[in-house]
Design a protein around this ligand. Sequence first.
Ligand code: SF4
Ligand code: SF4
Length: 359
Amino acid sequence: MPHRLTVVVSQSRSLNPKKRRIEEDIVAELLGERGIDVTVVPNLYDLQADGTGMLCLSGISGDLVVCSWLFPRAARWILDRNRIRGQEGVSLLKSQGESDEEEDSLDDALEDKQRVIDRLQLPSRKIYCLDLRAYDSPAVYLEEIKRIASELSTPTVELTSWINGRPKPEQMERYLANGKSENGAATRQHLEANGPIVIDEDPARRWYPVIDFGRCTNCLECIDFCLFGVYGIDAAETILVEQPDNCRQGCPACSRVCPENAIIFPQHKTPTIAGSPEVGGNMKIDLSQLFGAPDPGEPGAATAAEVAARERDEQLLLVGRQAVGMEPDVPRRHAEQPFVAQPQDDLDRLMDSLDKLDL
Ligand code: SF4
Ligand code: SF4
């Protein structure tokens, strides 16, 4: 069975002609490539879980390359939140502003803690995320996509892999209907021609946190901090973004209190908040710009937690609630919520036995 790779182009929110040209050039060039299917969606971050675009992506069962105007971490964990999962594919391309030193410091910083990702069961297919902001030339991305295509050896499904080969009738109906008859017709034409799938959805711009489970330790600080009901806990007692659209537009407050820098706001202008590969500790805030206060590091400068509390207070006041400052009078959950233990391996059991002997 021939290997197939699906390349997803996640369009920029803006109509910047330079960005559109890069997207179009990638799609046009890949049309002639054997073994590669192409799907074009609006900005991944804006797609609703039950919308046409996410439904289409959910149906892709093979390896994926996702080209977006987002940091790769952001793209990967947006997909994960929508249960589009796989092993992280390693690209040779850098993301915007990334350097070798950042990669090394990230490896060092993440080595010794238990992360949520350690107990996620991810399928074997690979997902590569490429940052379209990093290079001006479509040729760079095309070369990398072709390299990835030649490197992959996992058999996938036939040409209609974009929707699992056998979509359920109701899935296909929703996909083709797409809320507008002309879109449905256009999609059908694409299907018949086996050309690129273009999702002509027009989702509203969204703003919500995305959790990087490669960093998250399930400490639950964020659920304690957010007073807008955005976070929840799933059946396995793991943090999740339960009500994303409850989040307050433009506010990144909880990303400042996450001890692991695991909370991403993909459209924030600060790279560390938007999902750059940098690790935590780099969340210094220029308070002189925000509040007329001293710079971080100077006497009187506020901490990230203080700034986060102020940002949260601003949002509370905007919706007619009372400011709560640093210590809101609400029950805290994370103190009583230990990380769910991993199954023990043999070495752990041996160490436990030795401990019990108390030699
Ligand atoms: S604050 Fe939230 S996102 Fe950050 S590590 Fe703790 S549980 Fe995970
Ligand atoms: S930014 Fe504010 S409203 Fe949004 S999830 Fe974080 S704390 Fe909650």
